[in-house]
Design a protein around this ligand. Sequence first.
Ligand SMILES: [Zn+2]
Length: 426
Amino acid sequence: MLKLITGLSVVTVCLAAVVGAQGGAAPNDAVRLKSDAIHAKVLTLDTHVDMRNGDYGVLTPGQKVDLVKMQQGGMKGVFLAVFVGQRQAFDAAAYKAAFDSAMRQFDSLDTLTQKARPEMCAFAVSPAEVERVAKTGKRIIMTGVENGYPVGEDLANVKAFYDRGARYISLTHSGHNQIGDSSSDRNPPRSGGLSAFGRQVVAEMNRLGMMVDVSHSAPTTFWDVVKISKAPIIASHSGCKAVNDVDRNLDDDQLRAVAKGGGVVQIVALGSYLKADSPERAEAVRKLREEIGMQPGGRGRMGGGPPAQPQTPEQQAEAQTRRAAYMARMQEIDARFPPATLKDFADHLDHAVKVAGVDHVGIGTDFDGGGGILGFNDASEAPNVTEELVRRGYSEQDIAKIWGGNLLRVWRGVEKVAAREQKTAR
Ligand SMILES: [Zn+2]
């Protein structure tokens, strides 16, 4: 999930459908035939998709990921993230509301995998389970928690999330929280990195076998995590600052540090992180936001207007209506000032590979949380990514690593550290 500007990229859907795949290759193109064969073989995992309320078992318009689109695009597995927006209240009642919201989302995941669509998908909480489900041909559903805010100040909640199947926690989101500072909060730092409690959270995640996710973390938080984590870390959905200088992306030192620790950076497919808006586009967006009454710099799901996490059904409905209006207008803006494309995405991926090495790069789209670009706008377009990688000279082995091999290696490393930690504690 993103913050403000990112609502924009939600809209590239229809445009992409009209223009078609960025590669532009004819279906019988030799490269495409080769890339399709590779795509069918490799374990394709996406580490960051926001969970939506729609039916995952049918083609659901307006939703970039559902089980049908995953099948169409040869996407084998996806982390459907449990997301709780950052609020400014740091008291027991606010923490409880956030925790309850997370628990309801875990319930939805259980419903999806156990009651609604067990014939189409299955939940996996370990690399071994991922591989087992992959063999059945069902889609693999995994989960992580985006934003450590719902952990509150109770370390036991980390285990509560682990017990519900979460295998990563993104420590922060759009604002500083009780765990650490965010990359996107313009207020003065709250902890200057990880808080004392945040250090305990990282240690507990290491002990349990949860991947520590530094996407959305401030650099200070990032470097604290690098210093204290006993296990490899991930950035579940981030881009490269050297390619596009925005606060959500990682600089080259950070890319190298993740690699040095054995971790992985999952490149995000969110337009405004990949490519700077032209002044014309920025102005059009600013005007639209002003018109709709969204405050610049706000922290809502689409940046400003609605509360980050609508609490009542009425608030939810109102937020939906506003989002629909916003998205329709954004579509017009996208048509006039085209946003990022698959080529921009691949440029970030190339850069990360150059700096961190091919063993430390993967893919985390942020679909249904703002992700989606021309040519890679929903799960059904995943084969375009493989085609672009083949065109750029990546081998089948490299592509297998990028699409999921690296992530599974890191996850196994995290499990190993947990086993060791639990053994020494006994
Ligand atoms: Zn996010």
